[in-house]
Design a protein around this ligand. Structure first.
Ligand code: ADP
Ligand code: MG
Length: 576
């Protein structure tokens, strides 16, 4: 957690102010019992009314001053700790934005969400308590002991006996609590995971009548969390009465021994009362320290989880000396003997891939599901880095370009269309922020989206729900194609982007696309032979390897796998 405190730097002034204010607050609290004993011992004993009044006024002033310091310290400490939370959330978010897909695979999206919300809250709450208590509690403990002994050293044995007992109770609680708190955070992760899946998959869950199973899965996670939380609360419930018992026994002890000492004239009422108050202050300070000790481990567990995210170095980063993007040769994509395997996978997802895709040409990739088509496409924008071989764009290795330069050349249409909440125009402009209305319209037209957009009530200003749930699969695909088109990139990557379109729309779209992409390099992943058979080059993928490459005619003559695919989809006359 202390490592996270370096982010408190912008709040250095308030933090220092809190330290000073808390110091004054504790001084005020420590002087009140003494002032009171003065009134009892000198004022009341001698019947000196003016003394009582003046001391009383002073007490009032000190008390008010102490409260003012406490309030101001509370305000500033909240300000600083909440600010710390904001900064840490920002750091996590920007750091995670730099992650390659490997890191997302590793930590998991639900856990990243918990870490950036719940865990940060733990840290900021604890920071608040620590700022208020870290100085207050020790001063009150040490100062209280000194003041109490100065009032009546004879009563000191009472607190000397009590303090270690209290400390022992606190230590037991803290030691037992730590593993439990760590578990709680894990259980919250689990709940978030189940909840996320249940909410995003609601249609599938309903369609397959799996509500009961999902409920059971959620209940299991929920009960699991409850069980651990109950253990924690049992620990707390057991602690509080013991603490109160210790406190009350201390009061009895002080009064018991104190009154005997008053009887024999060793001390007086004022001193005994002051001693009692100091004893209470000491024990309360210890309780506060205990609260801190209980919160710190939990926040520590959270801080470790946050640091784990911040320490995760993205596997993919920009080169130290990036090659400036070349302007002349536009969009040559070359694979040289590329192999890649996912972390934890035994077999490479793609291996030994070599081919060149040139501007003005359409290169198609076909193969059964799981043959590595998406993987191959994802290597081009560097979502993952190849293990072996190299991928060159305009003769420059993609690893030598900055990610921004590289991706500026690419218009990607992913396999599953992803849209954001906002209007249709917003979503298309996602490809190019400053696109004019005309450009947006044209992209939509090419993507064969104009028809359904015009049919909508507000046209381009129609609202799209989160994830595009108020659109059909084919409509989403066409919008995500328009988004890539508006960018006018040098390289188009269509990952199975026509799968949800009917044959007619598919054909029309490809015809329109051809006109738009005459100078660009186009890579199309397709399942349908009809979609790709007129491409300049077709690559047949099988289990991550190239099984054949050439035009439709060449492959049909030479490649068995291609022949099988074709035979399963086209009739005799279509093939010829
Ligand atoms: P295609 O797009 O041709 O259907 P993919 O490229 O998506 O195939 O997948 C190729 C192989 O890689 C599959 O066996 C798949 O299980 C595996 N794979 C895909 N994505 C991941 C991932 N994020 N982590 C681990 N394995 C993956
Ligand atoms: Mg795929």
């Amino acid at each position: 957690m202390f490592r996270l405190w370096k982010f408190l730097k912008p709040y250095a002034v308030p933090v220092v102010a809190v330290v000073i204010l808390v110091f004054f607050q504790s001084m005020a609290d420590l002087s009140l019992p003494t002032l009171m004993s003065d009134i009892v011992n000198t004022g009341i004993t001698n019947g000196d009314i003016p003394y009582i009044l003046s001391r009383g006024a002073l007490m009032l002033l000190v008390a008010l001053g102490g409260s003012a310091c406490a309030i101001l310290a509370g305000y500033l400490a909240s300000h600083a700790s909440m600010g710390l939370g904001e900064i840490v959330r920002h750091k996590i978010f920007t750091h995670v934005a730099g992650f390659s897909l490997h890191e997302f695979d590793k930590i998991g999206t639900p856990s990243l969400v918990t870490r950036n919300t719940n865990d940060v809250t733990q840290v900021q709450m604890t920071t608040l308590i620590i700022m208020r208590m870290m100085i207050y509690a020790p001063i009150m403990c040490v100062g209280g002991v000194i003041m109490a002994v100065s009032k009546d050293a004879g009563l000191a044995p009472v607190i000397i006996v009590v303090m270690p007992i209290l400390a022992a109770v606190i230590a037991v609680v803290a030691l037992r609590g730590f593993p439990l708190f760590r578990q709680i955070q894990k259980k919250i992760d689990r709940i978030n995971l189940v909840l996320r899946e249940a909410l995003t998959g609601i249609r599938v869950i309903r369609a397959f009548n799996r509500e009961e199973d999902e409920k059971r899965r959620f209940d299991a996670a929920n009960i699991d969390l409850t069980r651990v939380s109950i253990s924690v609360n049992r620990l707390m419930a057991f602690t509080m009465p013991i603490m109160m018992l210790v406190l009350n026994l201390t009061t009895v002890g002080v009064i018991w021994f104190g009154s005997q000492r008053i009887n024999v004239g060793l001390t007086n009422v004022g001193n005994m009362m002051a001693f009692l108050q100091y004893a209470m202050q000491i024990l309360f300070a210890m309780l506060m320290a205990a609260l801190m000790l209980i919160m710190v481990p939990r926040a520590q567990a959270s801080a470790e989880r946050i640091n784990e995210v911040l320490d995760t170095e993205p596997e993919i980063h920009d080169p130290a000396r990036p090659v400036p993007a070349k302007l002349r040769r536009k969009g040559y994509v070359e694979f040289r003997n590329v192999s890649f395997h996912y972390h934890g996978a035994e077999e490479p997802a793609v291996s030994g891939i070599s081919f060149t895709a040139c501007p003005g040409e359409v290169t198609a990739i076909i193969g059964s599901t799981g043959s590595g088509k998406s993987t191959l496409i994802n290597l081009i924008p560097r979502f993952y880095d190849a293990d072996e071989g190299e991928i060159l764009i305009d003769t420059v290795d993609v690893r030598h370009l900055t990610q921004t330069d590289l991706r500026a050349k690419i218009g990607l249409v992913p396999q599953t269309a992803v849209l954001f909440s906002g209007t249709i125009a917003d979503n298309i402009r996602y490809g190019k922020e400053d696109a004019t209305d005309e450009e947006v319209r044209r992209a939509a037209e090419t993507a064969q989206a104009l028809e359904f957009i015009s049919a909508m009530k507000d046209g381009f200003d129609s609202f799209i729900a989160q994830g595009g749930t108020n659109l059909s699969g084919g409509q989403k695909q066409r919008l995500s194609i328009a988004r890539a088109l508006v960018r006018r990139p040098e390289i188009y990557l269509f990952d199975d982007s026509f799968s949800a379109l009917d044959f007619k729309t598919d054909a029309r779209l490809r015809a329109a696309l051809k006109k738009e992409t005459v100078e660009a390099t186009v890579l199309i992943v397709g399942q349908r032979v009809a979609t790709i058979m007129d491409s300049d080059r077709i690559i047949v993928l099988d289990e991550g390897k190239i099984a054949g490459m050439g035009t439709h005619k060449e492959l049909y003559a030479a490649c068995d796998i291609y022949k099988e695919i074709v035979a399963s989809q086209l009739s005799e006359e279509e093939i010829a």
